[in-house]
Design a protein around this ligand. Structure first.
Ligand code: FAD
Length: 467
């Protein structure tokens, strides 16, 4: 019988536990124990139902293109609960000099694939539009060292593209700044396009041409979620696990290799296992591994995390009708607001709000989150309401009224920041980890911060230890 410990009960740890449970039930040769420091399982996957609205405190969905989260949903029996984003209404606005400007059609991240909409868009100055045309002649780049997303985008399209698009888009995903995020880690596909084609515009057009020459399939929705919210994934996994294997309110202090296996120390108590999956944020993994390998711990500890805050606000039908169509807006830092983004949930996932409700999900991250962190929930709601009125315009009178309800969720150091040199750091981590047999790592600190990548990391960790 192989005994495996899983440390961390977020989606990464739960995905690993699900695979170990399958093996336990079929081959009867594995036992596992999952340790979670808090009283609930699911980590940042948390959903509340308030006044008929499905309110997501953490992630609200995942990108459909990465299959691992949806696959897991199907494996646990939630296939019929999967919902797609309402892409017919997929518009995103960027706050530009105090006005909401629609992102032009055909923009793939920051690469224009349709000339006319981008050429006519007030989002960019003529100088940037000229840079977009010149970019088509960008030569392939032989140098293969990492750089920041900001430097990469600036080389291709200039500083305005960094400020108006790259930075706000990445803040919405990583809660970080494009000047410190690694292009090779967070925009791997674009770095590869530059290597092969030079111009991102030409690479994208070539990819489009290849796709349109094959049989035409309707595009899947950009985002996928679950009818009753993301927490239902965590809850359903938990319901499929062996209840006796789950230990909530049990923080792990340290782990140590011992007698060909691993000892998990809970403070006064210690338990022995053959192998261990650490499915914690990299910074917390650094702490539990501190006495095992100072080099490994230092590398893990160098992966930075940023904090974020989501605020849900509900309004009545008058506000819903007055809000612009689309999924929401992003706020570049140059606009000097504290809000980074807002999602019009009732448009993105209409199932999540009754027809007579507007549901807004507002987002602070990184230094913007730190700037309001110590305020009370009421004060944070006050900041959000003030900025929403400034951004959406005084013409939406209903926004001046008290929201029907408001919820504030704070997530301390939950979003990994893949800094410049992240992939090289992961190579060093892999070498150090492999010197410690029976140790596997999973979580958002390594090869993808989104839910699908976390699921993949957990399942791969389980598979590695089982084989
Ligand atoms: C506000 C927010 C919005 C997001 N939006 C999206 C989105 O829309 N789409 C998307 O794909 N991704 C999104 N993400 C990212 C994604 O949700 C996370 O990266 C992912 O859920 C992390 O899962 P995890 O299991 O690796 O970590 P976590 O969820 O952080 O879980 C780690 C668990 O370990 C526990 N723990 C910590 N220390 C110990 C210890 N010593 N012993 C035992 N247990 C411990 C913690 O209590 C926690 O439960 C978002 C993240 C946040 C914070």
């Amino acid at each position: 019988m192989t005994r495996i410990a899983i440390i961390g009960g977020g989606i990464s740890g739960l995905a690993a536990a699900f695979d170990l449970e399958q093996r336990r039930q079929t081959a009867h040769d594995v036992e596992y124990t999952l340790y979670e420091s808090s009283s609930r399982l699911g980590g940042v996957l948390r959903t509340e139902c308030v006044d008929g609205c499905v309110v997501e405190a953490g992630p609200d969905s995942f990108v459909t293109e990465k299959p691992w989260a949806a696959d897991l949903c199907r494996s646990v029996g939630l296939g019929d609960q999967l919902i797609g984003s309402n892409d017919a209404d997929r518009k995103t606005y960027i706050l530009t000099r105090g006005r909401l400007v629609e992102m032009p059609d055909g923009l793939m991240f920051m690469v224009p694939t349709k000339i006319l909409p981008t050429g006519l868009s007030p989002l960019f100055s003529w100088k940037t539009k000229l840079r977009m045309a010149q970019e088509l002649f960008h030569p392939p780049r032989a140098v293969n060292h990492d750089e920041s997303v900001a430097d990469f985008v600036e080389r291709h399209y200039g500083q305005e593209m960094v400020d108006r698009l790259a930075d706000p888009l990445l803040s919405g995903i990583y809660g970080g700044e494009s000047s410190s995020l690694s292009v090779r880690a967070v925009l791997q596909r674009f770095a590869e396009m530059e290597r092969t084609h030079g111009s991102l515009g030409r690479a994208m057009l070539a990819a489009h041409k290849r796709m349109s020459s094959g049989p035409r399939k309707p595009a899947p929705p950009l985002f996928t979620s679950l009818r009753n919210g993301m927490q239902s994934l965590a809850e359903t996994i938990v319901s499929r696990l062996n209840a006796a294997s789950l230990r909530t309110d049990t923080p792990v202090k340290a782990i140590q290799p011992e007698s060909g296996g691993w000892t998990v120390s809970l403070g006064a108590q210690a338990e022995h296992f053959d192998a261990v999956i650490v499915a914690l944020p990299a910074s917390a993994t650094a702490n539990v591994l501190h006495d095992v390998s100072s080099d490994l711990s230092a590398e893990l500890g160098a992966i930075q995390y940023s904090s974020s805050i989501t605020v849900a606000l509900a309004y009545d039908l008058e506000v819903r009708q007055a809000l612009p169509p689309g999924f929401g807006f992003l706020v570049p830092r140059s606009e000097e607001k504290r809000l980074l983004a807002a999602t019009f949930v009732h448009n993105k996932f209409p199932q999540r709000a009754p027809e007579d409700r507007a549901l807004l999900r507002c987002f602070f991250a990184g230094s913007n989150a730190e700037s309001v962190w110590d305020l009370t929930d009421e004060q944070i709601v006050g900041v959000v309401r003030e900025e929403l009125q400034q951004i959406l315009g005084p013409q939406i009178r209903g926004l001046r009224a008290e929201p029907l309800f408001a919820r504030v969720y704070k997530w301390k150091s939950a979003m990994a920041q893949y800094g410049v040199g992240h992939l090289e750091r992961l190579e060093r981590i892999e070498i150090l980890r492999k010197a410690l047999p029976g140790l596997a790592l999973a979580g958002n600190g390594y090869r993808g911060i989104g839910v699908p990548d976390c699921v993949r990391s957990g399942r791969e960790a389980a598979k590695e230890l089982l084989t």
